[in-house]
Design a protein around this ligand. Structure first.
Ligand code: ADP
Length: 307
């Protein structure tokens, strides 16, 4: 199985009418948070997946758990806290499908080492950590320790970033890089972390710092992947983007599903682009995600890539 650690508790109140908050009169409640999105997408792709995280003992927490159960995501690794409510964010989509956030911090911000049950990780093959795990303290050491231990147990380790504009961010990610099989940031994050302007230079910085593979998510341009023996630019699939919310998480789910199916890295990245493309064609993080078989058929029938 696959384990997705970290942010579980972020119901997303989404505004389907698009535009500014002042113009909105209805909201839709969706599950959200990088880890939750990736876990649900993986389950829809047919993979065996669970989450680790912390939620408040409240209605939003129950909403998230019910949705995860309904999507066949294992929730054994999810803990409750009485200390603080479930984290929530509101997402505004502008007419181009780009989004902005209003974030209300909560339970996932106090997730501590003691809340993580390592026996849940021991049962899995792949450990994916959404970088938001590093955000409350910007201290990379506890996450690095967890990744190191997972690698010692033979797990394939993956880290995504989560946007944070502070200069401390690289010092948080840095300690984790030596214990990664795959680092999978977005291009904006990769640029900020590395201080470089082109993807090959960015990838070099991360490979030198110790990760085995780097995949940089480049939005409508697709992705770039590199390791010590290969590098590929893989263009995105041409689709009508409605809502990019969760695209990065869907991309990660596609990549992990490829790894779980023992595909080569280039095919994993192509499939990840196809899952990301499905995400952006529907409102809500996971609404557009179909079965693995349907997405493979979509890939095989598509030749109209973006440049
Ligand atoms: P994030 O959500 O982390 O910012 P990106 O915006 O880079 O991530 O999107 C992740 C992936 O989703 C891209 O690498 C690409 O495969 C796919 N994707 C994103 N936007 C589009 C788009 N407009 N058309 C097709 N695919 C897209």
């Amino acid at each position: 199985g696959i384990l997705v650690a970290d942010l579980i508790a972020k119901p997303v109140a989404q505004f389907p009418s698009k535009g500014k908050l002042t113009n909105v009169d209805t909201m839709e409640l969706h599950t959200g948070g990088c880890a939750t999105n990736t876990a649900i997408d993986l389950a829809r792709l047919g993979e065996d997946v669970g989450v680790i995280g912390l939620i408040g003992s409240d209605a939003l927490g129950s909403f998230i758990l019910n949705r995860l159960k309904a999507e066949n995501v294992d929730i054994t690794g999810v803990k409750h806290t009485e200390q603080i409510s479930t984290s929530t964010s509101m997402v505004f989509s502008d007419p181009d499908g780009e989004r902005s956030f209003l974030y209300y911090p909560g339970a996932n911000g106090i997730l501590a080492e003691a809340d993580i049950d390592f026996s849940v990780i021991e049962r899995c093959e792949i450990l994916f950590i959404a970088g938001s795990l590093l955000m409350p303290t910007l201290d990379g050491e506890p996450t690095a320790k967890l990744l190191k231990r997972a690698q010692e147990f033979g797990k394939y380790t993956i880290l995504d970033t989560a946007w944070d504009a502070s200069e401390k961010w690289m010092s948080a990610i840095g300690p984790c890089l030596p214990y990664l099989d795959l680092f999978i940031p977005s291009i904006e994050e990769a640029q900020m972390l590395s201080g470089k302007d082109n993807v090959e230079d960015m990838a070099k910085v991360f490979l030198t710092a110790g990760t085995q593979n780097v995949v940089i998510k480049c939005g409508a341009k697709g992705c770039y992947m590199e390791n010590s023996t290969e590098k590929h630019y893989l263009p995105a699939f041409g689709v009508n983007a409605i809502d990019t919310n969760g695209a990065g998480d869907s991309f990660v789910a596609g990549f992990i599903a490829g790894l779980a199916n023992k595909w080569d890295l280039k095919r994993c990245a192509e499939f990840a682009n196809a899952v990301g493309a499905h995400c952006v064609t529907a409102l809500g993080a996971s609404s557009g995600i179909k079965s693995k078989e349907e997405i493979i058929i979509f890939m095989e029938n598509r030749s109209n890539y973006h440049d």
